[in-house]
Design a protein around this ligand. Structure first.
Ligand code: FE
Length: 342
């Protein structure tokens, strides 16, 4: 078995491959590491046959939808997953064949309704059902402490004690444990009485994860994150540095239209010398009258350098083939001590 554990800020992803056939599966990939997974699979000579999410993640962005297109490979989730982009939906007990490897799904609801653990040879990928020294929380959408109790005590913990446990998260740099170690030492498993377990889970009083709403929106629907929209726009436009722009202001500035996309009051309070004002909200409506020459070189700028990136990409799509975005925004311009015109 080829086995790679990829840790990113507390998230644990796994690339498991068959040595003989080079077929592989990728479990719980995280969005920021898409290039790394693709690169690693290539480096190891593996063909990823399945991208698997153990459940609908609420605390980070799943890469499965992106990898579905990039690899490409089918996205595998439990039957109850709300994700419309899931290609292959598993029931409890269903098995995937990955070359000579066998991966069996155990439906283990509790952390979420669609949680599953994946048993493969000597190990189990527990998702957020069982963590090292912890369990997944049950207070987020579709969580249920009663279901988690049954999933743990009636199912997962009945695996052989020596089974290796690989969770979807660990925030302390640990890679794995065993079912036996968790039974003996995991404080959440000390309450083997159902009522006590449920009461403990209901009183954990955890703060909501950052990005909860956006993570659920994108992971449940397949929609894009704002960061993804920005990354896609960034890939479509060149940028101009503050220093380069500063050097171009003045004598030869007629070659360059500086387009300030902020609201009127911000523009009037101070803008880059010679800049023209066209608020982002009116860009598409007024672009033809404001910029009659599509061959002109346009520099888009805004306060923080994000709206300008989106706008420059839009301008390129509209046929302004020389549109670029300022690397940074008016804030960076002011911080650098460059001149403003009021
Ligand atoms: Fe989770």
């Amino acid at each position: 078995m080829i086995f790679e554990q990829i840790a990113t800020g507390g998230c644990q992803s796994y690339l498991v491959g068959c040595e003989a056939t080079r077929a592989a599966a990728l479990i719980d990939p995280e969005f920021s590491q898409v290039d790394r997974y693709v690169g690693l699979a290539g480096q190891l000579g593996l063909h990823v046959r399945y991208v698997i999410d153990t459940h609908t993640h609420a605390d980070h962005f799943s890469a499965s939808h992106e990898l579905q297109k990039r690899l490409p490979a089918p996205v595998v989730m439990h039957r109850l997953s709300p994700a419309p982009y899931a290609d292959l939906r598993l029931d409890d007990g269903d098995m995937l064949i990955i070359g000579e490897l066998r991966l069996q799904a155990l439906h283990t609801p509790g952390h979420t309704r669609d949680s599953m653990c994946l048993v493969m040879a000597d190990r189990v990928f527990t998702g957020d059902t069982l963590l090292i020294g912890g369990t997944g929380r049950t207070d987020l959408p579709t969580g249920d402490p009663h279901a988690l109790y049954e999933s743990l005590f009636d199912r997962l913990l009945k695996l052989p004690r020596e089974t290796l446990v690989y969770p979807a998260h660990d925030y302390k740099g640990r890679t794995h444990s065993t079912i036996g170690e968790e039974i003996d030492a995991n404080p959440r498993l000390a309450r083997t009485d159902r009522a006590q377990f449920v009461e403990m889970m209901q009183n954990l009083d955890l703060s909501a994860p950052t990005h909860l709403t956006e993570a659920l929106r994108t992971n449940m629907s397949g929609g894009k994150t704002v960061a993804q929209l920005l990354a896609e726009a960034s890939a479509k436009v060149p940028f101009m540095s503050l220093a380069e722009l500063h050097g171009r202001i003045g004598a030869n500035s007629r070659d360059l239209v500086i387009l300030d996309l902020r609201e009127k009051d911000a523009f009037e309070a101070g803008h880059i010398p010679g800049a023209r004002h066209l608020p982002r909200g009116q860009l598409e409506l007024r672009v033809n009258s404001e910029l009659p020459d599509p061959t002109v070189r346009i520099l888009a700028c805004c306060e923080f350098g994000k709206i300008s990136t989106l706008a420059a990409a839009t301008l390129r799509e509209l046929g302004f083939t020389r549109a670029v975005a300022l690397d940074g925004g008016l804030k960076a311009w002011r911080d650098a001590g460059y001149e403003l015109e009021a």
